[in-house]
Design a protein around this ligand. Structure first.
Ligand code: B12
Ligand code: SF4
Length: 494
């Protein structure tokens, strides 16, 4: 999504932009490099989260082999959380951008028209680069933008919007939107305040609604996924936004992420009237000690209340939990599973806790020997370890998972998923919902295939599916041992 915002800003200033979504198109690194070169670009930018590091470096490496002088730039959450670390891993890219990229990349593009790399990067805030002598230079950071409305609206015109969907929302197309940036909370496992700032910044409700209406009219978008870290952090803003959305008359379904202590019964009623279809509550644990330790300061009663109100208003709840946070034991995870069943979210996901770089949890886990320092340097995709669920959603990672002594996170993850989904209450709720909302049928069927122990039978059809997923997700098998420091020899070899 970040890259679509950057693309919009560049286009606004007259630059031609092409966006390739390797995840949506299921491209391997070589296919990605082919597609990039077909477009004959002057500059190529990659957006990467930590799990995408091996795959991105592999693509850069292939591009440098084939076109050594093509400038390549890295940006995104991984760079924001690790800074210049990537320079010590590889030199198959030219520079990197830390933080929000719209204005930084625009400035770089403009400088590149007059000067050449790397000199033209000197002094551009937010840029990290290697100078002519090979020293890594870290320019001063660029402050987070204060006025989001000054940025160009996200531009979905550069991708095939029909490919974007979320199985739990009516569509396609269903597109992502980021109406606010930043998060004031302090959850120890979360990277969002680092990558987007600790102070929350807002688009004006007028601008947000105008963007939605435009996308609805221009691309027929019916479903929106608001990816904001904590969408309802400021109640007054949400009320104004919902009222304006209702007044616009546009009929859309949307989902958002928030915390249980940032919703009220009254606010949820208004959100429902404005088209809110699903809320993703990040609950993480059902045990007060773990909640305290990960600095998710909410009390258990609030978790139940928020689910009760949300369900009452007919908004679906999609609730996420962590398995294997520091201090986790069989007893604390049992409390989490029991809470998940009792709170009755429409869907629940149980993720093995990962210590992402830059987070407080990472620092704590390294100190306590729960994760290896710099684990991302050695990571590789492990298609067999990720659940079918995660694979289909296109997001999966197992590197960086914490090792909690005496606790088997993977086993508990599977058990929690089975216990949650294989309950008569869940089956009944989902059946009723599917009968009322036929679009959900496909998803409900897939869900049953993934959750029921049927997959153990390895039906021929399923084996085909698993093989296809394997091909798609087993990107870059050599990544763990790959030596990306090969540009010099490539250049020497012509
Ligand atoms: C939306 C979202 C998703 C979506 C879509 C992601 C996408 N590709 O667009 C989905 C649901 C698919 C997703 C999945 C995952 N996500 Co996510 N996601 C987010 C979320 C909520 C918002 C990101 C966003 O779009 N922001 C809006 C834009 C404007 O900001 P941005 O992306 O940061 O981009 C700006 C800058 O980073 C920079 N930039 C970005 N790319 C580039 C590229 C270039 C060339 C340049 C110059 C600059 C630049 O400029 C952009 C504009 O200002 C963030 C949390 C948050 N609130 O920030 C987590 C977050 C980015 N996700 C995270 C993670 C870990 C994941 C997963 C790995 C989870 C998992 N374990 O499976 C997966 C990985 C997916 C994959 N295929 O590999 C972490 C990243 C931590 C890290 N160190 O990498 C975050 C920070 C949340 C967290 N856990 O703390 N995610
Ligand atoms: S988990 Fe949610 S509430 Fe906590 S810091 Fe991250 S985005 Fe904010």
């Amino acid at each position: 999504m970040g890259i679509l915002y950057i693309g919009a800003e560049l286009r606004k200033h007259g630059h031609a932009v092409d966006v390739i979504d390797a995840d949506i198109d299921g491209l391997t690194e070589t296919e990605m490099a082919d597609r990039i070169l077909q477009g004959e670009p002057d500059l190529v930018g990659f957006s990467l989260m930590t799990p995408q590091l091996p795959s991105t470096l592999q693509t850069c490496f292939e591009l440098k082999q084939r076109r050594p002088n093509l400038p390549l730039v890295l940006g995104g959450a991984h760079i924001a959380s690790t800074g210049d670390d990537v320079f010590s891993m590889a030199d198959c890219f030219d520079f990197a951008i830390d933080g929000e990229g719209e204005l930084t990349l625009l400035e770089v593009c403009e400088r590149m028209q007059e000067g050449s790399l790397p000199d033209c990067l000197e002094g551009v805030p937010g840029v990290l680069f290697r100078d002519a002598e090979g020293n890594v230079i870290r320019n001063c950071p660029r402050p987070f933008y204060k006025e989001l409305d000054d940025l160009a609206p996200i531009d979905y015109g550069v991708v095939d919007v029909r490919k974007y969907k979320i199985p739990t929302l009516p569509g396609p197309p269903v597109v992502g939107l980021m109406i606010t940036r930043g998060c004031p909370f302090k959850c120890t496992y979360c990277d969002a305040p680092i990558t987007t700032g600790k102070k929350i910044r807002f688009h004006s409700p007028d601008r947000a609604v105008a963007d939605i209406v435009r996308m609805h009219r221009e691309f027929g978008v019916r479903g929106f996924s608001f990816r904001d870290s904590t969408f309802t952090a400021k109640k007054k803003w949400v009320v104004e936004f919902c009222e304006k959305l209702i007044a616009s008359g546009v009929k859309i379904a949307w989902r958002c992420n928030t915390r249980v202590d940032c919703v009220t019964d009254e606010l949820l009623a208004l959100m429902k009237r404005a088209g809110c279809h699903t809320i993703n509550f990040g609950v993480e644990s059902g045990h007060p000690e773990i909640l305290k330790r990960i600095k998710k300061d909410v009390d258990l009663q609030r978790i139940y209340d928020a689910h009760k109100w949300t369900n009452k208003h007919g908004i679906r709840t999609y609730t996420t939990f962590l398995v294997g946070s520091p201090g986790e034991t069989d007893e604390t995870i049992r409390a989490t599973i029991d809470l998940a069943k009792k709170a009755r979210p429409s869907m629940a996901m149980f993720f093995v806790t990962i210590g992402y770089p830059g987070t407080e949890m990472y620092t704590e886990a390294v100190k306590e020997g729960l994760v290896e320092a710099g684990w991302w340097r050695e990571q590789a995709w492990n298609p067999d370890k990720n659940t079918a669920f995660e694979k289909r959603w296109g997001w999966s990672a197992d590197a960086g998972a914490l090792t909690i002594p005496g606790f088997d996170a993977e086993r508990w993850q599977k058990r929690a998923t089975r216990e949650f989904y294989l309950r008569p209450r869940f089956v009944w709720d989902t059946l009723v919902f599917t009968l009322r909302n036929p679009y959900f049928l496909g998803h409900a069927l897939k869900l049953s295939l993934e959750i029921l122990p049927l997959h153990k039978l390895r039906l021929p059809l399923q084996r085909l599916r698993i093989n296809a997923a394997h091909k798609r997700y087993s990107r870059c098998p050599e990544a763990a041992t790959w030596d990306y420091h090969k540009r010099g020899s490539i250049e020497a070899g012509g």
